[in-house]
Design a protein around this ligand. Structure first.
Ligand code: FES
Ligand code: FES
Length: 155
């Protein structure tokens, strides 16, 4: 079947098997490997992307369900001039990553979080990142990064 959507501002169309997950569509068909797959069961959040402006776990969405949608991945956040999105810059500044595997999903989830809660407390940040698993940072720096990113986004 044919699916068409906008990914990072670009119109894309591909012929896929009906059960193709959005993660596989992004990674295998479009080569956008910044969206990571950690579990494929909707638990780790490494695959988080924005679908019509909201954070979703792309391993829990079929490519066909994203038909005509506007998808943004980690690759689509910076402006193309090498300027990082404020949330990406904050994660770098605050050492919110170690191995970096969870980071694309964390950043995508954090941006959505800040849009909903511009002045989120530590507790709110932790609660909202519960669906994103990081195995190596202990979350302290991630929480700091989200706060700093929120300030950078004008929150
Ligand atoms: S790969 Fe999607 S939640 Fe883990
Ligand atoms: S930085 Fe390694 S899993 Fe989060």
């Amino acid at each position: 079947m044919n699916v068409s959507m906008t990914v990072n501002g670009r119109s894309v169309t591909a012929d896929v098997d009906p059960p193709t997950l959005l993660t596989d569509f992004l990674r295998d068909h479009l080569g956008l490997t910044g969206t990571h797959v950690g579990c494929d069961t909707g638990q780790c959040g490494a695959c988080t992307v924005h679908l019509d402006g909201r954070a979703v776990k792309a391993c829990s969405v079929l490519a066909a369900q994203a038909e005509s949608a506007d998808v943004v991945t980690i690759e689509g956040l910076s402006d193309g001039d090498g300027e990082l999105h404020p949330m990406q810059a904050a994660f770098r500044q605050e050492h919110g990553l170690q191995c970096g595997f969870c980071t694309p999903g964390m950043v995508m989830a954090a941006i959505d979080l800040v849009k909903t809660y511009p002045n989120a407390s530590d507790a709110t940040i932790r609660e909202n990142l519960e669906g994103n698993i990081c195995r190596c940072t202990g979350y302290e720096n991630i929480v700091r990064a989200v706060k700093s990113g929120a300030a950078g986004m004008g929150g």
